[in-house]
Design a protein around this ligand. Structure first.
Ligand code: 3PG
Length: 399
């Protein structure tokens, strides 16, 4: 981005791919973290006099216009934060987009409607994606492309990947900052290094565990995925979430952690509820003795203390995934305890995106209490799995 700005962008079109995929309740944005994170790049370009055309997705519509996935609430929030009107084009590359971009003034910003309303964006066929990329480029004659949607760099999609070979392409500040942080979690890191994983599914985290078991000193497992670990150790988990098809894989991780001297920390107690509900009656039970008719919905008080203790003297921490069903106040305590332990630790602390980043904000924890809160859920995990990120490969000109 700095390179582009130093070339001068006054009166020049710049197409920016942002990740504005925010959680919504109706048309209310429940967490605007991604909109705020996208702002600096857009602001810098607008201040430098560029004609800024922003493209982004919202949710996973089926490749055709769907009012349930309009970016209208995002355009409104962007306008409020920017302190200037951001017009929303009624389509992506059609008449409305052409009219809106054609009418852009110096320093003006337009948001194109949801890029996933066009099936070519996510098409498996590279020719389809290339065709859409060419149409996007045609909206910004003589323009440049800035890739700033870190949360989508792991997607091989037209507005992320193909577009970078059609227009002169630059990395945005957010993408650079995110990559910089993630690099510190894999190279040159300070020890002890603790990895805290939670969330519902072990299967979502297999790659990260496999790749980071070679690097971390401690692996703390909470959330729904912990029950598959407990089961793999031979304990009964009652009606708790269990991925039986992952048990062999998890047994392999247990053995590898042991061999490598990685300290594996599992919950020692859980809040065992009679059903999956916000007001479900529950009791604190040992994690090794969950009654047959109950399910663990959060880590218990002794586990919270144990986890906090293991984080207190860590020098590097990466956390992804809630410790319990934090959306229900009664089962948010474990997630809150881990988040507070990260805030208290004198460590380089990174919160992976998605649910854990949303939890930090919903629980009202200070965002500046963490070294970094990533905007990318899947993207940061794929980086930590050691996978190539297509959106980054494209910027390096290797596509
Ligand atoms: C995310 O929410 O992680 C990003 O916006 C990517 O969305 P996707 O998983 O639908 O591609």
């Amino acid at each position: 981005l700095d390179d582009l700005l130093s070339e001068g962008v006054r009166d020049r079109y710049v197409l920016v791919r942002s990740d504005l995929n925010v959680p919504l309740e109706g048309d209310r944005i429940t967490d605007d973290g991604r909109v705020r994170a996208a702002l600096p790049t857009i602001e810098k370009l607008a201040e430098a006099g560029a004609k800024v055309v922003v493209t982004a997705h919202l949710g996973r519509p089926k490749g055709e216009p769907d009012p349930a996935f309009t970016l209208a609430p995002v355009a409104k929030r962007l306008s409020e934060l920017l302190g200037a009107e951001v017009a929303l084009a009624g389509d992506l590359v059609g008449d409305s987009a052409k009219a809106r971009t054609g009418a852009l003034a110096v320093g003006g910003v337009v948001l194109l409607e949801n890029v996933r309303f066009d099936a070519r964006e996510t098409s498996k066929d590279a020719a389809d994606r290339a065709e859409l990329a060419a149409e996007l480029a045609a909206l910004v004659p003589g323009g440049a492309f800035v890739s700033d949607g870190f949360g989508v760099v792991h997607r091989k999609q037209a507005s992320v990947y193909e577009i970078a070979s059609v227009l002169p392409a630059y990395a945005g500040g957010l993408v650079l900052a995110e990559l910089d942080v993630l690099k510190k979690l894999t190279d040159d890191l300070k020890r002890p290094y603790a990895l805290v994983l939670g969330g519902a599914k072990v299967s979502d985290k297999l790659g990260v565990i496999a790749n980071l078991l070679t690097k971390v000193d401690r692996l703390l497992i909470g959330g729904g995925m912990a029950y598959t670990f407990l089961k793999a150790q031979g304990h009964e988990v009652g009606k708790s979430l269990l991925q039986a098809d992952q048990l062999d894989q998890v047994r392999g991780f247990l053995a590898e952690a042991d061999e490598r001297g990685v300290e594996l920390v599992l919950p020692v107690d859980v809040l065992a509820a009679t059903e999956f509900a916000a007001d479900a009656p529950y009791e604190v039970v040992d994690a090794t003795a969950i009654p047959a008719d109950r399910q663990g919905l959060d880590i218990g008080p002794r586990s919270r203390e144990l986890f906090a203790g293991k984080l207190a003297d860590a020098a590097t921490v990466f956390w992804n995934g809630p410790m319990g069903v934090f959306e229900f106040e009664a089962f948010a305590g474990g997630t809150r305890a881990v988040a507070e332990a990260l805030v208290a630790a004198d460590a380089f602390t990174v919160v992976g995106g998605g649910d854990s980043a949303a939890a930090v904000r919903q629980l009202g924890l200070p965002e500046d209490g963490f070294s970094h809160i990533s905007t990318g859920g899947g993207a940061s995990l794929e980086y930590l799995e050691g996978k190539e990120l297509p959106g980054v490969v494209a910027l390096e000109g290797k596509n």
